[in-house]
Design a protein around this ligand. Structure first.
Ligand code: ADP
Ligand code: MG
Length: 207
């Protein structure tokens, strides 16, 4: 699943770069691409015999992103996966309840680290509603949870278009930022969309 996340983020580079060009300096797509490429290498170096704890898979991605990306989003997206991963300590599988725990800790971690709140036109505007939705659907099957959580993130990303930025370079744009989605929010939709599509494609998910 995490390898598909990496592939999708790499493929989304032009879209992510364009979104950041509209509001920032245009480097978000390449930064994310660098981060998930490093994460991919670290994941592929782990044994694939099922012996690696779920927690470690996610934290491996977070640490690789933190150390390879730099900038605001290296810390922010690295924290998403690292702190989210920490919440999975002791879990032996990844279901809807793990998704909820992951996203809750990821969102709390990102908000503590970056100090952004919902409405500030950052990736929190996609992550926060996704985490809230995950909490509501934590008792059901993972494929349905991810479909619902992915839609919540997309709605949040769409809503970021109407916001004025409080952080980063987009802040100086003021009202001119209205109409454009936040680049990091778009990345969150790509990440959750990849997770959703991976699980939807698993034989056990549709049986
Ligand atoms: P930089 O801002 O260093 O150029 P990127 O372009 O890679 O970094 O990432 C910008 C994205 O990072 C923004 O679109 C926003 O979603 C996210 N971001 C920036 N600062 C914060 C913050 N304090 N909290 C949450 N997300 C943030
Ligand atoms: Mg940027």
């Amino acid at each position: 699943m995490l390898l598909l996340v990496a592939d999708r983020v790499i493929a989304a580079e032009p879209r992510l770069s364009e979104a950041d060009r509209n509001l920032g300096d245009g480097d978000h797509g390449l930064g994310m691409q660098r981060g998930v490429t490093a994460a991919r290498e670290k994941l592929l170096a782990l044994p694939d015999d099922g012996s690696v704890p779920v927690e470690k898979l996610f934290s491996t991605v977070g640490l690789a992103m933190m150390s390879s990306m730099g900038g605001a989003s290296g810390a922010i997206f690295g924290t998403l996966f690292r702190d989210g991963g920490k919440a999975l300590a002791g879990r032996e599988s990844f279901g809807a309840s793990e998704l909820a725990a992951f996203l809750r800790a990821a969102c709390d971690g990102v908000m503590a680290r970056g100090k952004a709140n919902p409405g500030d036109k950052t990736m929190v505007d996609a992550l926060h509603p996704a985490a809230a939705r995950a909490g509501e659907v934590a008792d059901g099957p993972l494929d349905a949870a991810l479909a619902s959580v992915g839609a919540a993130a997309e709605d949040g990303c769409e809503a970021s278009k109407g916001m004025v930025a409080v952080f980063g370079r987009a802040r100086s744009l003021g009202e001119a930022a209205i109409g454009f989605p936040d680049a990091g929010a778009l990345s969150v939709t790509v990440i959750l969309g990849a997770m959703r599509d991976f699980v939807a494609g698993l034989p056990s998910a549709s049986e």
